[in-house]
Design a protein around this ligand. Structure first.
Ligand code: GDD
Length: 342
């Protein structure tokens, strides 16, 4: 992508949209953010943190409104649309399944449809999710695995993923997908487990919070740095042929071990005691319980996440994650300690 292009990013106020905007601006592209509601200081905190809020143009955009999508795309005339907008919390999809499906499912198809109808070669990136795999017996998840999601979020993302393939096959639309495993950063929302852990433990360290309460400590996830995924996503969109790519680190870590790593980065030594709902993390120095389990954070359905097979991205994109999990945890903890003391 040598010449300057116009990039439209939905979900630009979120973690991935913000990092992608920064990447595109650094390469000299024009960045337009499609947003629902006002671009006020509170909502643009990630863009301001990255120092790019003044460099982004905004257009009103709502995945539930075909008219607004039409107007935004017609006016901004993008070369590439990155679709990160969605209700992105798996946990919240259990309480808001309809809203999750409307925005993440039908909303995505509205974008594909506009790209097809205008027929001028717009490229679209669709953020698919590892939640589309769901309950499968493969030991490694690749682009060719069977998909069997059981959460409303996973089912929604699979619908959009398959529609992306349908638009490629039926109309030749240039829609690529990234099957994104978990990706985190200091810009992650605190409703996701990693940021909840680093933020809460920073508060515990500073004596502002008694303890961190979590759900399933045995859940294992493949966590990467969001910045690494942005590099790969950019490479995906530079390919002449649209395609699907699994993006992940290839390594699984439990929530319990992530807590241990974050605590260690804060110089808190944790001893785990008890089991199940009675499990606690005790600060070895003070003898106080600083981590406990609360059933309200358990999900009705929380499938295990087997390892990711990232060989296709390594081979065709010449991509590998550059951040280790320890680097990522360290960066998040540093950010949260600093934010809490400012
Ligand atoms: N959020 C949350 N809060 N999760 C908890 C908690 C808690 O207090 N305690 C344990 N967990 C467990 C969840 O049950 C889940 O197994 C795991 O931590 C990760 O939860 P999240 O951080 O909420 O992420 P996710 O894996 O459900 O979904 C994320 O990754 C997907 C890709 O794999 C989101 O970013 C999705 O949008 C994304 O598609």
């Amino acid at each position: 992508m040598a010449k300057s292009q116009t990039i439209l990013i939905t979900g630009i106020l979120g973690q991935d949209g913000s990092y992608l905007a920064k990447h595109a601006l650094q390469l000299g592209h024009r960045v337009i953010g499609g947003i629902r509601g006002a671009a006020d200081d509170e909502r643009t905190w990630r863009l301001r943190h990255l120092g790019i809020a003044a460099d982004v143009e905004f257009v009103p955009f709502d995945l539930l409104s075909p008219e607004m999508i039409d107007r935004a795309i017609t006016q901004s005339r993008p070369d590439i649309i990155f679709n990160f907008a969605a209700q992105s919390s798996v946990g919240e999809s259990f309480t808001h399944p309809v809203a999750t499906a409307e925005a993440g499912g039908i909303g995505a198809v509205r974008i594909f449809e506009h790209a097809r109808a205008c027929g001028n070669g717009i490229r679209v990136f669709q953020a698919s999710s590892s939640e589309i795999f769901g309950d499968i017996s493969d030991t490694h998840h690749s682009e060719d695995s069977f998909f069997n999601p059981k959460t409303p979020y996973g089912a929604t993302k699979l619908f959009a993923h398959i529609m992306a393939e349908a638009y490629r096959a039926s109309y030749g639309t240039h829609v690529s997908t990234g099957i994104l495993f978990n990706h985190e950063s200091p810009l992650r929302g605190a409703n996701f487990v990693t940021r909840k852990i680093t933020k809460s433990l920073a508060q515990v360290k500073l004596g502002r919070l008694e303890r961190l309460t979590l759900g399933n400590l045995d859940a294992r996830r493949d966590w990467s740095h969001a910045k690494d995924f942005v590099q790969a996503i950019w490479k995906i969109m530079a390919l002449d042929k649209p395609d699907n790519f699994v993006l992940a680190s290839g390594k699984l870590t439990s929530v319990r071990d992530f807590v241990g790593m974050a605590a260690a980065a804060l110089d808190i030594r944790l001893d785990w005691q008890g089991e199940g709902l009675n499990e606690t993390g005790v600060d070895r120095r003070t003898g106080k319980v600083v981590v406990s389990v609360d059933p309200q954070f358990y999900r009705p359905y929380d499938p295990a996440q087997p390892a990711a097979d990232i060989r296709k991205a390594q081979r065709l994109l010449d991509w590998n994650p550059s951040y280790s999990l320890a680097d990522l945890v360290g960066e998040m903890v540093d950010f949260d300690l600093k934010a809490e003391t400012q």
